[in-house]
Design a protein around this ligand. Structure first.
Ligand SMILES: Nc1ncnc2c1ncn2[C@@H]1O[C@H](COP(=O)(O)OP(=O)(O)OP(=O)(O)O)[C@@H](O)[C@H]1O
Length: 642
């Protein structure tokens, strides 16, 4: 048992935001809590994605829900048609094992020949040839077996990744947005990768490493049952040591994983807050929370290893010491005349072959524990309830938006309490209200990022659940304060709004959205790669590219999470002009933070504590809604003071 392997595999996954301290693994707790955070499904059937050719049906995943009882079996069920490769790989491994026993047998025969004073050189040469042939069979079969299982494993992990990526398109978009991208990436890339070596080796090698000693033991029994039994004396003693090592395994494991999680969390915090830490002149060692977490993690490891040490040393010393019993007993039987020297030598040689493969097989237990945690995380994502969506487009009647008694909860807490609302086509509607009142949640429900827990959200008379995602996406553009830009060229980032749009179309919307000048001033113009999340651009520039993208998409409904970030007046004016062009002739829903910008809206919806407090024009609300009047006053005062 290699404590180090097991624990490092599991604690590393606690790392959030992609700051990975260890190469693989994660605790299932994280995955479970993520899944728990998603809203309840409302029970209607889910539009299943087209299965990939050769994929196993979804039921295979169903079987694996929760903590998989047998993660390897679950992974193999995901391997689809490649399962036959694994079967072939095991068969080759078994043939290889048979070949690997041959040299032992040949050596035994040759020693017997020496003892019998056989002077025929061809006899020894023949057995040498047989030993070499056995070894050759072993090498060829072993290589073919691992090659096949590696190929099957690469195909399997590619299927797992595609299954995960596919799943993300079917879960509520809010789930993806709310889950730290580092965490999802960590599971899809590093953790899935970490399965590869183990899965590729465990299937053929664990099988063969368990079969070798069994075959050797059976063969020894055919030679002399007494000697076979004597050769096995160290086995149970070794097992007792192993059991001692496994005593309290769960609590040691849990303790160490927890310490690892704490260290990972402290590391993430340390990296995230590095600016503040530097500003206050602290270093890694002086940042107490981090250094304590690191020390606790190391301590938990060392304590566990101390606990295991004596048992591990005992097991390692006793288990392979088969000759301690075989030699004296064999000598005794030979002197007694009940055992011929050749059999004695053969059993002695064979007994040396029992332990190494068994030990190798045991070492896979660590790797299996690691696979278990990774598979649990994968199923944690695959378990996330999917959105109910139709598969074929529905016929809509215009673009009127209707919310009927809409309720919504994040997890257990209801944050939208039975909202009724109608938004007319080509109107401008503003959602206003205190922070946390539910404005963004309402907007996201309309955009279909989340599904309402109950009630209905309809566009053009059709529930968003009865439209395929592509139809809903064609109807709604969601422009947020910080829209994601891909690590691609400006041209491609804008084109994402309408795949297939020509370069000139892209350039035209860039002009309309006020991006053209700054894009042209970039080093490679429209071919400039904007960097991960658009990091090479300013907030205002990213916002304008996002507006250009939405303009190109030209959806009839635009939801705008009004930016408060771009405060410099020049940028603000450009963006406001761009937004004006974006929404011309469209339905605009704006989540308004600066009330002075929405006084001309056709309808202002005041949201408070997940309910609609009031609705009307600016003038009406000033007169009838104290909350609105108060918010407006406060905004104007703050503006004047600025
Ligand atoms: N992903 C989430 N998980 C759990 N709770 C959430 C989540 N997003 C929002 N909430 C909670 O739901 C409530 C409504 O949040 P929402 O973001 O819709 O409010 P808001 O009016 O848009 O706020 P703000 O003006 O500050 O953006 C708040 O209590 C918030 O804490």
């Amino acid at each position: 048992m290699d404590v180090g392997n097991t624990v490092s595999a599991d604690v590393a996954g606690a790392t959030e935001e992609g700051v990975s301290l260890e190469p693989v693994g994660a605790t299932g707790t994280v995955a479970r809590s993520e899944a728990a955070g998603t809203p309840e499904r409302t029970g209607a059937p889910v539009a299943a994605a087209e299965p990939e050719a050769g994929d196993v049906p979804e039921t295979a995943v169903e079987e694996g829900r929760g903590r998989p009882a047998n993660p390897v079996a679950l992974l193999l069920s995901w391997s689809g048609e490649k399962r036959s490769w694994y079967v072939a790989s095991v068969l080759l491994a078994v043939i290889g094992v048979a070949g690997s026993i041959v040299p032992y047998f040949a050596v035994g025969q040759m020693i017997a020949g020496v003892l019998a004073q056989t002077r025929d050189f061809a006899f020894y040469l023949g057995w040498c040839g047989i030993a070499a042939a056995g070894y050759l069979i072993y090498i060829i079969c072993h290589n073919a077996s691992t090659t096949l299982s590696h190929k099957a494993t690469f195909a399997t992990i590619s299927k797992v990744r595609r299954r995960l990526a596919d799943k993300l398109t079917r879960v509520p978009m809010g789930y993806v947005l709310d889950t730290p991208s580092g965490k999802l990436k960590n599971i899809m890339v590093e953790k899935v990768d970490s399965i590869e070596t183990t899965l590729a080796h465990v299937v053929p090698e664990m099988t063969s490493n368990l079969l070798v000693p069994i075959a050797v033991i059976v063969f020894m029994f055919t030679l002399d049952w007494r000697m076979a039994l004597i050769a096995l004396v160290t086995l149970p003693i070794g097992f007792i040591c192993y059991m001692g090592m496994m005593r309290d395994y769960a609590s040691w494991y849990e303790k160490t994983v927890q310490a690892g999680e704490e260290m990972s969390a402290a590391s993430v915090e340390y990296v995230g807050g590095i600016e503040v830490i530097k500003a206050f002149g602290q270093s890694a060692s002086s940042y107490e929370k981090f250094s304590n977490a690191v020390t606790r993690y190391a301590r938990s490891f060392i304590d566990w290893m101390h606990h295991c040490q004596i048992f591990q040393d005992g097991g390692l010393a006793i288990w392979p010491a088969t000759l301690v019993t075989v030699l004296p007993a064999g000598c005794f039987f030979v002197m007694e005349g009940t055992l011929d020297p050749a059999t004695f030598v053969m059993v002695a040689v064979l007994s040396l072959g029992i332990f190494p493969p068994l030990y190798a097989a045991m070492s896979f237990i660590d790797s299996l524990a690691q696979i278990g945690t990774v598979v649990e995380q994968i199923t944690g994502i695959l378990d996330v309830p999917e959105q109910r969506r139709a598969t074929s487009p529905a016929a809509t009647d215009g673009t009127r938006i209707e919310l009927e008694n809409v309720r919504f909860s994040y997890g257990r807490e209801e944050v939208v309490h039975g909202i009724d609302l109608t938004i007319e086509p080509n109107s401008v509607t503003a959602f206003v209200g205190p922070s946390g009142s539910g404005k963004s949640t309402l907007a996201r429900l309309i955009a279909g990022f989340w599904d309402a827990s109950s009630g209905a959200v309809r566009i053009g008379g059709v529930s968003v659940n009865d439209m395929p995602p592509s139809q809903l996406m064609d109807l709604v553009s969601f422009v947020e304060q910080d829209n994601y830009l891909f690590d691609d060229t400006v041209m491609e980032n804008i084109r994402m709004g309408k795949p297939g749009a020509s370069d000139s179309e892209v350039i035209e919307v860039a002009k309309q959205s006020g991006c053209y000048e700054f894009i042209e001033s970039l080093e490679h113009g429209f071919e400039t790669v904007v960097g991960g999340s658009g990091g090479h651009l300013s907030g205002g520039e990213r916002q304008r590219i996002a507006i250009a993208r939405a303009m190109l998409k030209s959806a009839p409904i635009v939801i705008l999470d009004e930016a408060t970030a771009y405060t410099d007046p020049e940028n603000e004016a450009v963006i406001e002009a761009a937004v004006g062009k974006l929404v011309a002739g469209k339905t605009l829903i704006v989540i308004a933070h600066r009330l002075s910008t929405i006084t001309d809206a056709d309808s202002i919806v005041v949201v408070a504590d997940g309910r609609i407090e009031a609705q009307g024009t600016h003038g009406e609300l000033l007169a009838t809604c104290p909350l609105y009047a108060h918010m407006y006053e406060a905004h104007i005062d703050a503006k004047d003071a600025a």
